[in-house]
Design a protein around this ligand. Structure first.
Ligand code: AMP
Ligand code: GLY
Length: 412
């Protein structure tokens, strides 16, 4: 099988690695990929839908796996499918569960899925009323795709007012903003693989979104993750019954059946699991901790989805714990340093590259999140020991990382 993976981050590197382990895979391409991924897999620079289609036809690509949300929300999966190309990703219409928070909330309220109370407001005056109604802290969100930057948790009314005004002033707030009840609890991610009717869920994974240890500092794209999350297991049945099943049913009834991966970002609260967000793809960096444990052939998963045969599928996982620690460039998530040389990096851990480029044949950083180091162990402490043994040897102060990935206690 010839596979084309769309995307350029650590998640796509981990996806390529999973295809690399699959029996049937003959050739893996990644577009655009990055210089780190290119050390192992062929990276091609395809721009726009047509170039991707032409490449698929010329190279006789069997399967296109789309990593990030952006191309899905721009309609790449629909476009390729119309050309008869096999794509693993939901349709643009189904991906509204991620691209429009208002749509996701509409589905959830109509089908009684547990989530934070919310109001979609169209003006600052309306926002003020709802902010008062929900009380503090209050959550404000842009409706459209905001690459993780569209959420503000305001601790006082002044901050809430300012955030609402700023959201209305940007594109992301053009179709309105959401004022939302603050949910107290701990967060966990769960992925469903679905053909629209039936589903199978993965191990739970936990992202660490803040920059500093102890969940302090600004929000980032994710500073590390681990899987599985044992403390979440007791919620699995209720999540499938009360969240996943009704949402898949809703999507069928709304005439946009959901196929591919559905990412459930959940808050475990005193009254059970509630949805924070849906994404139409795998998580980054959760995937870097999850896929190394997957023993089921990933091409088999894609085929089952294509053929509507997810019913009865069981996923096999290694009985281990996997930890992924992200190395970010100093300054991230603000203005960050670029050009940090990486060729001296000595690590026993597996490396999944994100923001890297090649200069004079040497690998250097070009993005905020540069790469992740990934290791498996019999338990969390063994996995952590392996990763952190590598990181302690790293004599590069311009690369920053959290020292507490996998240590969260998850108590209510
Ligand atoms: P989102 O982009 O919706 O995933 O939000 C980003 C982050 O903001 C989440 O991962 C949570 O940590 C936090 N967040 C979003 N909505 C809420 C909420 N209603 N209550 C508490 N925290 C939230
Ligand atoms: N890890 C958060 C995300 O992928 O959206």
């Amino acid at each position: 099988m010839k596979v084309l993976i769309i995307g350029s981050g650590g998640r796509e590197h981990a996806v390529a690695d999973a295809f690399g382990r699959a029996a049937e895979t003959r050739q893996i391409y990644v577009s655009p990929g990055n210089a780190g991924i290119a050390q192992e897999y062929a990276c091609v620079q395809l721009k726009g839908h047509q170039e991707i289609r032409d490449f698929c036809q010329k190279e006789e690509i069997d399967l296109v796996f789309i990593g990030p949300e952006q191309p899905i929300c721009e309609g790449l999966s629909d476009y390729l499918r119309k050309q008869g190309i096999w794509v693993f990703a939901p349709s643009q219409k189904a991906a509204r569960l991620e691209s429009s928070k208002a749509f996701a909330k509409y589905i959830m309220s109509k089908y009684d899925v547990p989530t934070a109370r919310y109001s979609l407001v169209k003006s600052l005056a309306e926002a003020e009323i709802k902010i008062q109604e929900y009380g503090l802290p209050v959550v404000l969100k842009a409706d459209g795709l905001a690459a993780g930057k569209g959420v503000i948790i305001a601790e006082n009314y002044e901050a809430a007012h300012q955030a609402a005004a700023e959201l209305f002033a940007t594109n992301a707030g053009a179709t309105g903003i959401l004022v939302e009840e603050y949910l107290k609890g701990w967060e966990v991610s769960l992925f469903a693989i679905t053909d629209g009717n039936d589903y199978v869920t993965t191990l739970f994974a936990q992202d660490h979104k803040q920059l500093y240890d102890g969940d302090k500092g600004p929000n980032t794209g994710g500073m590390g993750a681990f899987a599985p999350v044992k403390s979440a297991e007791e919620y699995r049945m209720a999540i499938e019954r009360d969240i996943l099943k009704p949402v898949l049913k809703a999507m069928r009834e709304e005439d946009c059946p959901y196929t591919g991966i559905l990412y459930m970002g959940l808050m475990i609260t005193e009254s059970g699991a509630k949805v924070i967000e849906f994404n139409c793809r795998l998580g980054d960096p959760e995937t870097q901790a999850l896929l190394p444990l997957l023993k089921t052939d990933i091409t088999e998963i894609c085929k089952r989805v294509r053929d509507h045969k997810v019913a009865g599928m069981k996923l096999k996982w290694e009985a281990a714990v996997c930890v992924a620690v992200v190395l970010a460039a100093e300054g991230y998530p603000g203005q960050y340093l670029k050009g940090i040389e990486l060729s001296n990096l000595q690590a026993k851990s597996q490396l999944f590259y994100a923001g890297v480029t090649s200069k004079n044949g040497k690998l250097e950083s070009s993005g905020g999140r540069v790469l992740s180091l990934v290791a498996k162990g019999e338990n969390i402490s063994e996995a952590r020991q392996k990763v952190y043994a590598d990181l302690e040897k790293l004599a590069e102060p311009r690369l920053i990382y959290r020292k507490d990935i996998g240590l969260r206690e998850n108590i209510l």
